[in-house]
Design a protein around this ligand. Sequence first.
Ligand code: AMP
Length: 221
Amino acid sequence: MISGVRLIIIGRQGAGKGTQCLRMSRHYVVPHVSTGDMLRAAVREDTELGKQAEQVIQAGQLVGDEIMISLVAERLEQDDARSRGYILDGFPRTVVQAEALDRISVDRPIDAVLDIDVPRDMVIQRISARRTCRDCGANYTAKGGERSPWTCDTCGGDVVQRADDTPDAINRRLDLYESQTSPLLDYYDRQGRLTVIDGSASPDEVFARLTAAIDAARRRS
Ligand code: AMP
């Protein structure tokens, strides 16, 4: 079995992070830790966190740093993440979260920070057609005329359009990405830790570029 790895995946909504993270988590046999999936599960289960996060998510805004940092710190303490590593998708989203993650991961440092780069107009097209499994988070592309919901090939769950994938919420999230998340790229770039991957190619090609970059980073560390 390939030994574990600790990764941060950054990229605009619709850049293909979800799809690529699922593939990488199978390839490296590490948990895919998606903060968006964790929050959506909390909303579905109507937990205290879900109640706090629901409106914020639907409005396309960011949940508070403190809540997110403790959610992720707790997840990364679990046995699977401690022993194998993790692929972080959707966290960190702000420089405050990145600084907290540096503290959380000080004993087991991150192997690579990857930015899947896809231009804004291309991601708007992709997100409008995106459908997501409510249970396992697998993404699909609607071609028009499908039944709603349809059944997930991976887990049999319901495949639906996410409530925050409306045009208004998409634009707000992309604006937020530029203002809050882009500074993260500078943060990691200044430390020489950032690898930018062109995400506009086919999913197989992007996966090949990601694994090549990750394997090179692991050889260096
Ligand atoms: P995602 O599936 O990554 O697009 O996340 C969906 C929504 O969950 C985001 O639009 C935010 O409202 C919230 N969210 C996910 N991750 C974070 C984070 N690290 N910090 C703040 N809010 C987050």
